[in-house]
Design a protein. Structure first.
Lengths: 275, 301
């Protein structure tokens, strides 16, 4: 096999991915302190002004500073993607474990449910729900949580089924430990790597879905600055003001890329064979 | 295999039930939302009848399913046109776009993935790097960039709308095919790499064949199954990608129909479009699994 990358080379992806992510996180948290302008302040005399020293990313169609909006937009993107992936992970972990541990009827029912949920195209499911329920950050999170857990559940189930027969698990059980204790103490810690990798790739999917739904006007409501909404107003003024599309697009691209790098790096780290 | 078919039927049932209950997720009275609060009692009653809201939920649901089996969908609230007719009219545009994009993606992604494994080294690294970048490009960012450069700056290609000439296909299809091809690259590379570790490859190498030759003559054939599977699975995902692309390029397909219906609160059309797109998704996934069983009879479900 030629895949003999040195450990150092492997970690480079995680290092770059995590540093970029930390940087974006800091910008989002510190947004109120570093923003040069109020992201709500409308300036009708200077619509669509091109980037300048005062406004590094220019102004949008309402004369609002784009740089400030991008800083705030990071908050929504990070909030939605992490909350959604966290909930999906937790649901998948619990349902997958229950399914594998109890087997028989419970397993059958849960797995058919997983199959059913996976039969829906995820993005369309969220889109349809939001179109009906109306757009709000809460509804957005709810809509994206509805299907994402199925992948986690399937993964966890397969792994728990396998670990269930390990000797250390059997010996813990025979020495009187309860099922819940065995799951928490002996099985879940072994799932960490697998779940982290899956979580990173889910973050990629969710952050793109969130921005895509906001781009279509169905995700984050227009009064909250978001990258998707900026991109959608940029689309209308592409000829006169390409900067309105460019900068939020680059912001989204860097966030997606850093999730992607974290995922690739984590997988190389936890499961070198599959690269 | 029967289990697999049964599963698809179950999924189709779930999809249609979902699209039925969608309309009941609308907060408040849908009739108020459509007609406004000032509507006359007569109008309201008629609308309620049209939507079937005057009956009990169970009855409505049963009627919906029976109508669905007969191929009857509701009527558009705006134009009064049968929803089915609207779907039939817009579907070919989406199908053409999806097919063309998938073809384009497969044409660059799969050879690039195979080439990465056969050539190794520098080629492999640059392709991997490129695919990483391409996969991180959301279509609603890539498409505006392409439009700006190729349509507005260079004026080589039309901005939007749809015409007979292939020129109209290029920008929307490339926007979809670039990230999709990157996924195919990654997957076909992984599939071939896995095969290259097998014993028979080692035997072939021991007989003196070069890495390139073994991969080309013995590896590729065996990596085709997983590659075909990925291609099929991605074509399902492609259908949802077309929704966004159609909105960007004013492409008169299912996606645009769906989005316009959402804006106009034309719920029966939304229902129909969601039903059709998810239905196709279920069927495509079924076909992929069947092809998989067909190429690899060892597998069953």
């Amino acid at each position: 096999m030629e895949k003999k990358t040195s450990p150092k080379q492997k970690n480079i992806k995680i290092v770059i991915g995590l540093s970029a992510l930390t940087f974006i996180f800091l910008l989002a948290i510190l947004a109120p302190f570093i923003r040069p302008y109020n992201p709500m302040e409308i300036n009708l005399s200077r619509l669509l002004e091109a980037p300048s020293l005062k406004h590094p990313f220019g102004l949008d169609e309402n004369g609002i500073d784009i740089f400030s909006q991008i800083l705030y937009g990071a908050r929504v993107s990070l909030l939605v993607s992490f909350v959604v992936v966290f909930i999906n992970l937790l649901l998948g972990l619990i349902l997958g474990s229950v399914s594998a541990w109890f087997g028989s009827f419970t397993d059958q029912v849960l797995m058919r449910l997983v199959d059913m949920v996976s039969a829906f195209p995820r993005f369309l499911l969220a889109l349809a729900l939001l179109a009906m329920m109306g757009s709000s950050v809460f509804n957005l999170i709810l809509a994206l949580c509805l299907s994402g857990w199925a992948g986690f559940a399937r993964l966890v189930r397969a792994e728990v089924l396998h670990l269930k027969t390990e000797e250390y698990v059997l010996s813990a059980l025979s020495s009187g430990a309860s099922a819940i204790r065995v799951l928490i103490r002996h099985i879940w810690p072994n799932l960490l790597g697998l779940l982290l990798v899956q979580a990173a790739f889910s973050l990629v999917a969710v952050v793109i879905a969130e921005a895509g739904l906001s781009f279509l006007g169905l995700g984050v409501p227009p009064e909250i600055p978001s990258w998707g909404r900026l991109l959608s107003s940029g689309r209308q003024v592409l000829a006169e003001a390409p900067h309105v599309s460019l900068f939020p697009g680059l912001a989204l691209f860097s966030l997606v890329l850093s999730f992607q790098l974290c995922g690739d790096g984590l997988r190389d780290f936890f499961d070198p064979a599959s690269t | 295999m029967y289990r697999r078919l049964l599963l698809s039927l179950l999924a189709l049932f779930a999809v249609s039930s979902f699209s039925f209950f969608l309309i009941h997720l609308v907060p408040g009275d849908p009739v108020d939302l459509i007609l406004g609060e000032q509507a006359s009692a007569l109008d309201r009653e008629q609308m309620q009848k049209n939507l079937g809201l005057d009956q009990s939920l169970g009855k409505q649901y049963g009627k919906f399913l029976i109508n669905l089996l007969k191929g009857n969908l509701a009527f558009s609230l705006h134009s009064g046109e049968p929803v089915l007719k609207m779907l039939v009219r817009t579907f070919p545009a989406t199908l053409q776009l999806a097919f063309f994009s998938l073809l384009l993606a497969a044409l660059w992604g799969i050879p690039a993935g195979i080439f990465s494994v056969l050539k190794k080294g520098w080629w492999d690294r640059s392709f991997s790097f490129f695919s990483l970048l391409a996969m991180s490009l959301p279509v609603f960012f890539l498409a505006p960039v392409l439009i700006w450069f190729f349509a507005l700056k260079l004026s080589w290609l039309p901005v939007s709308e749809r015409g007979e000439s292939i020129k109209y296909f290029i920008l929307p299809a490339v926007s979809l095919a670039l990230p999709l091809g990157a996924v195919l690259l990654k997957m076909s590379r992984a599939a071939l790499l896995e095969v290259m570790e097998k014993d028979y490859i080692r035997t072939a190498k021991a007989k003196g064949l070069s890495h390139f030759e073994t991969g080309w003559k013995h590896g590729l054939k065996n990596a085709l199954t997983p590659i075909v599977t990925v291609l099929g699975l991605q074509s399902g995902a492609l259908l949802t990608g077309t929704v966004i692309v159609e909105s960007i390029f004013d492409w008169p397909g299912l996606g645009l129909l769906l989005l316009e219906a959402i804006q106009k609160r034309d719920y029966p059309v939304v229902q129909g479009a969601v039903l059709l797109i998810s239905g196709i998704y279920v069927v495509v996934n079924l076909l992929v699994d069947l092809i998989y069983i067909w190429i690899q009879p060892k597998m069953s479900f």
